[in-house]
Write a new protein. Structure first.
Length: 396
């Protein structure tokens, strides 16, 4: 069913890197979500009124909030697809995150309202009536929600949409809440125990938790996330595959919406290589990155010594010291500056984010002490920094 809808309503559906195709995916997911959730809302509301069940009606209004969420998502995806303009040179992609954040508040508000209503039902319980038809309707709604969750997850993975993935998680959570609602009806039907208010309370809490999770997922890219390790590997390997590039470091990625990113990286080039040759290589990498990966990449060239045996030997020894002190430590931009009375070993040291200023000073001093054991003239000039990757790329 999912593939049928995609092929029917998304033109050039395989080209997910295209902004227009991505917008079509988002609009399809939103329209399907609106239709399914409105049908479920009406069916559950009528059922809840007939059997006088707050838990069923709570579940119904949860579906209504999901429909409203899909409408907001529809508007958000549509606006996010607008091209760049004079005031927004990086496009409007982040509107999709803002739309998801609005959805989160709406879901939380619905959950809180249901919480208050359910609490009142616990204090002043009302009589219920049992209808097997209501159970059948709710079972069918579970099937619809399960498919809707899988539908959004499939599309969300395909176009890398955090909003769709959040909607998928919300739909799968609805499966659990509806199951709890069915439980309350069956308990009343077979045992005469009215746990409707308690189940309604549970449903409301689950709804609020879902809202908080959606808010978290959409806030992270707005605040500024660490680089996904997969993206880190993809970009660094892409840059380093070119002849004339020795290595890379200091990768930073700025997200301006799903599939809209700008990045900067330091590319190491042999110091003996003609600067015009290095510049031509760097220009080609930037063009190819935009064309093949859809990422606007800016490269800073760092010349490194590749033919000096002494530099290579000292670099290897420094690496061994770092491995003994902390296997998570990395370094780059290693170079030697000879003076009259001392020799400066200059490099940048990448440390874990847990390192505070005191720990940074300590590790810097320990490295210097170890190096001076080789030769008292050696003086380390170390710049300590953090990686922007979510985790050490070497450990994954």
């Amino acid at each position: 069913m999912t593939e049928f809808l995609v092929k029917k309503f998304v033109k050039n559906y395989e080209n997910t890197g295209d902004g227009k195709v991505r917008t079509s995916y988002g609009m399809l997911a939103s329209l399907v979500g609106i239709g399914c959730n409105m049908l479920l809302f009406l069916a559950k509301l009528i059922t809840g009124i007939l059997i006088n069940s707050i838990s069923v009606m709570a579940d119904a209004f949860n579906n209504l909030s999901d429909a409203a969420s899909s409408i907001i998502g529809f508007v958000g995806v549509k606006m996010a697809g607008k091209p760049a303009d004079q005031d927004h040179p990086f496009g409007h992609g982040r509107i999709e995150y803002i739309a998801g954040f609005i959805v989160a508040f709406l879901v939380i508000e619905v959950g809180f309202s249901l919480f208050k209503t359910s609490f009142g039902k616990i204090r002043n319980p009302e009589n219920m009536t049992f209808h097997l038809t209501s159970v059948v309707i709710l079972l069918l709604s579970i099937g619809v929600k399960l498919w809707l969750g899988l539908f959004n997850r499939t599309l969300g993975k395909r176009i890398q949409s955090t909003v769709m993935m959040a909607t998928a998680a919300d739909s799968l959570g609805d499966v659990a809440t509806t199951s709890a609602t069915i439980l309350s009806i069956l308990v009343f039907g077979f045992f005469g125990w009215n746990i409707d208010g308690i189940i309604g309370l549970v449903v409301s809490v689950v709804v609020m938790i879902a809202g908080v999770n959606i808010a978290r997922d959409t806030l992270e890219p707005l605040i500024g996330q660490a680089i996904d390790p997969k993206v880190y590997r993809e970009l660094t390997e892409f840059v380093e595959q070119y002849d004339g590039i020795v290595g890379s470091h200091d990768l930073i990625v700025h997200n301006y919406g799903p599939s809209k990113s700008m990045a900067s990286i330091h590319a190491e080039v042999p110091s003996h290589q003609n600067i015009e040759v290095s510049h031509e290589i760097v220009d080609k990498i930037e063009r190819d990155c935009l064309k093949k990966l859809g990422i606007f990449l800016v490269i800073h060239m760092d010349p490194v010594e590749t033919h000096n045996e002494k530099t290579a030997a000292l670099k290897e020894q420094v690496g061994e010291i770092l491995g003994r002190l902390d296997s998570r430590l990395q370094f780059h931009d290693f170079r030697i500056v000879n003076g009259t009375d001392k020799v400066n070993l200059i490099f940048d040291l990448v440390v874990p984010r847990e390192y505070n200023s005191s720990m940074r000073d300590t590790i810097r001093n320990k490295i210097s002490e170890e190096v001076q054991k080789w030769d008292s003239r050696y003086d380390c000039v170390i710049t300590v920094e953090n990686s922007y990757c979510a985790e050490n790329p070497e450990s994954i």
